[in-house]
Design a protein around this ligand. Structure first.
Ligand code: SF4
Ligand code: SF4
Length: 367
């Protein structure tokens, strides 16, 4: 009986590996659905306010427990977590590399948001293929599966670590030795007990060593300690999730970032030779790589809708993107922006107005 179960587990794991490959994932692994030690830090991280305004991270169950802090509470039926990863890197320079004379007039949209489709949808479609293959292979209605891309009661990178996808770097990203850290994760919780077939040697060993490049390069000191991020200071959070005005003391550190930030990944040695992705959904739209700041600062509601339909950039909303572009103009040192900023200092949006006043002052004081 034991041998039969072992074989079954091995067969299913082989099905998962094959299905993930056919769905276009670069990496796949299985982790036990257990509460890893890394999750013990999560409630404290939330309690200390490091999640900022991201209230979805604080989702709680009926007993008031944080859903993401314990899979045993959030999904007690789950036995294994299938973690799939797909490379989204593009053959384009990093934000930390010079892009020519016009760099100061250009903003930066995070690498993951250059493609024509929201990665949540693109990854979920592929994950559903893996789910369908597993369900077919198991041939039983008793099997429970749930697929998530960023939205589940689970800290995906912790599951990824225990599935052998990579280690959690000091920049808090999952890093794979061969692919680097430009990867999207999709997870499938399953009631299948696949532990018998887990590879020895998991979790993936930490290969950061004595390196601190990411911590040293972060312009806003958001990496408050190795492996610890304060979202309130992180440019990614500020440009995407933060509504309203950006705190004055963080504006200069935002540099030219208008959606997300890649710096702590750009400087990571494990991304030096990161391969470019093949998937059509992740091929960059040229207008989103080093986009013109004046274009985005004045983008109309209609153009915003048209340009970012189906794009993760929508999350920042038009008001946030305009605010960020205005701050980036203030940080640019380009006095050519002053006439536009003077106009924006009378904008109908209060936050854009306040940001433009700050940007004008900053450019004038620099000149
Ligand atoms: S994404 Fe940018 S701001 Fe956030 S930790 Fe990394 S370097 Fe710092
Ligand atoms: S930059 Fe260095 S310390 Fe930071 S994640 Fe990469 S290897 Fe680790």
């Amino acid at each position: 009986m034991f041998v039969a179960i072992m074989l079954r587990s091995a067969e299913i794991t082989a099905t998962i590996t094959q299905a993930a490959k056919e769905a276009g994932f670069d990496l796949v692994g299985v982790a036990p659905a257990e509460d890893a030690p890394e999750l013990e830090y999560f409630p404290r991280w939330i309690a200390e306010g490091h999640g900022g305004e991201m209230k979805y991270l604080e989702a709680r169950d009926e007993q008031g427990r944080l859903k993401r802090a314990s899979l045993a509470h959030a999904a007690p039926w789950a036995r294994s977590i299938v973690v799939c990863a797909i490379n989204y890197n593009a053959a384009q320079p990093y934000s930390t590399q010079a892009t020519g004379d016009s760099k100061q007039e250009r903003g930066w949209i995070s690498r993951y948001a250059w493609g024509p489709q929201d990665y949540h949808d693109a990854v979920m479609l592929r994950l559903r293929q893996v789910e369908a293959a597993v369900r077919e292979a198991c041939g039983t209605d008793d099997l429970v599966t749930r697929c998530y891309v960023d939205t589940g009661p689970i800290v995906e990178r912790v599951a990824a670590k225990y599935a052998g996808i990579g280690w959690i770097g000091k920049n808090t990203c999952i890093i794979n030795q061969k692919v680097g850290s430009w990867i999207f994760l999709g997870v499938m919780l399953t009631s299948l007990d696949l532990q018998a077939d887990l590879e020895p040697g998991l979790p993936a060993p930490d290969r950061c060593g004595s390196c601190t490049r990411c911590i040293d390069a972060c312009p806003t000191d958001a990496l408050i300690a190795p492996y610890q991020l304060d979202s309130n200071k992180c440019i990614s959070y500020l440009t995407i999730e933060k509504r309203g005005a950006i705190p004055d003391e963080l504006r200069s550190g935002m540099g030219r970032h208008i959606f997300g930030c890649d710096i702590c990944q750009d400087v990571c040695p494990w991304n030096r030779k990161a391969p470019a992705a093949n998937a059509a959904e992740f091929q960059p739209r040229p207008e989103l790589v080093n986009p013109a700041l004046d274009w985005l600062a004045e983008i109309s509601a209609e153009e915003f809708r048209r340009t970012f339909r189906g794009s993760p950039v929508r999350r920042a909303k038009r008001a946030g993107l305009r605010r960020n572009a205005v701050i980036a103009m203030g940080n640019s040192g380009e006095r050519n922006f002053l006439p536009l900023l003077d106009r924006l200092a009378a904008d109908e949006d209060e936050v854009v107005r306040g940001s433009a006043e700050w940007a004008v002052k900053k450019l004038n004081s620099a000149g």
